[in-house]
Design a protein around this ligand. Structure first.
Ligand code: HEM
Length: 321
């Protein structure tokens, strides 16, 4: 008995319990960051689609001198709470980013990629600061489309950073791909970013501004939707080309794993493209616009996931130099 409860055993047990707790916390924090960075796009969309953009008309307070909505607020309770909910998600990200930095420093100091992990965690915090500033400017400029677009586009590197951080923490394996496949993958990634960027211009031109009086871009709804949809077609062609490159240049293991991921990406892009065309032809019902936003988030997570899963040929050559 005395052997079981010897002081050294107890210390080891306490350390083990602490480590288990930290591991559990890590899982919540790193998965949580990815989840909430992605959710921010959807909650931001909910604000726009319900016309709650100025539900909290001041910043950083919601109204007057209250940080949260108050009873009988002029903007209405629903609008105020939807906008406040979006702000809350941003605060959750802040807490998770602080915890991520703490865990990286505490638990992963000995890792070879410690500096990279720390930089990724710090970027999540800086991204939060950027979002707070942009969110504030968005409210103060009464939903100017440039700041609304920028607000969306800032989530793109933040989601990418959260996914990279999570995959690095869990030391997810990567797949070696050839030069030709690497080139095709780079094109797919660039086109995906372009589609997302032009998508925000379509939104900034369209009717779902978040407030009736908000300014709009003057691209013309038809023209900008046409350009957006056109680039999507080029993207789909590029994904097909990537699949052909994988089939013709890579060994069977790569075709099975990486090829499978690329195929899933193709299906998501096709589904998202279909939602895009249907919402355009049915005059942008809110429910389809919301589905299109969820789709845009999924597209980006799977495009970036595919990109970082690849051990790229150009990177290997660069390392040799
Ligand atoms: C891979 C496929 C696609 C992706 C990743 C994508 C992505 C996006 C993004 C990121 C936005 C902006 C969301 C925001 O700022 O809140 C958007 C808006 C929009 N997209 Fe797409 N899109 C795709 C396909 C299409 C297609 C094929 C069409 C057909 C024309 C289309 C029509 C629209 C329209 C009309 C909007 C504006 C919706 C609004 O008023 O909020 N999309 N898209």
């Amino acid at each position: 008995m005395s052997q079981i409860w010897s002081p050294s055993r107890l210390t080891r047990l306490t350390r083990l319990t602490r480590l288990t707790r930290l591991t559990r916390l890590s899982s919540i924090v790193f998965n949580g960051l990815l989840f909430f960075q992605s959710a921010l796009i959807v909650t931001g969309g909910a604000v726009r689609l319900t016309g709650s953009g100025l539900g909290c008309p001041t910043w950083p307070q919601c109204t007057g001198d209250s940080i949260k909505p108050i009873a009988h607020q002029a903007q209405g309770q629903l609008h105020a709470w939807i906008e406040f909910g979006n702000r809350l998600v941003a605060w959750i990200i802040f807490i998770l980013a602080i915890l991520a930095i703490f865990i990286v420093i505490k638990k992963f100091r000995e890792r070879r990629d410690f500096k990279r992990l720390r930089a990724l965690a710090v970027l999540q915090l800086l991204g939060f600061v950027g979002q707070v500033v942009l969110g504030g400017i968005t409210v103060l400029t009464k939903l100017n489309p440039i700041t609304v677009s920028a607000h969306f586009l800032l989530t793109i590197p933040l989601i990418a950073g959260a996914l990279s951080l999570r995959n690095r923490i869990y030391q997810k394996s990567t797949t070696s791909i050839s030069k030709k496949t690497t080139s095709a993958l780079n094109v797919v990634l660039l086109l995906t970013i372009l589609v997302l960027f032009v998508g925000t211009l379509v939104t900034g031109t369209g009717p779902h501004a978040g407030d009736i009086q908000a300014k709009r871009y003057h691209f013309g709804e038809r023209n900008i939707s046409f350009i957006h949809g056109g680039i999507v077609l080029i993207l789909i062609a590029a994904i097909l080309y990537l699949l052909i490159m994988i089939r013709t240049n890579e060994p069977k293991e790569v075709t099975n794993s990486f090829g499978q991921r690329a195929l899933i990406f193709l299906f998501i892009a096709l589904a998202q493209g279909a939602i895009g065309y249907i919402q355009y032809l049915t005059k942008l019902p809110e429910v389809l616009v919301a589905a299109h936003l969820v789709g845009a988030t999924l597209i980006w997570v799977s495009a970036w996931g595919l990109y970082i899963n690849a051990d790229k040929a150009d990177k290997k050559e660069f390392r040799k130099i």
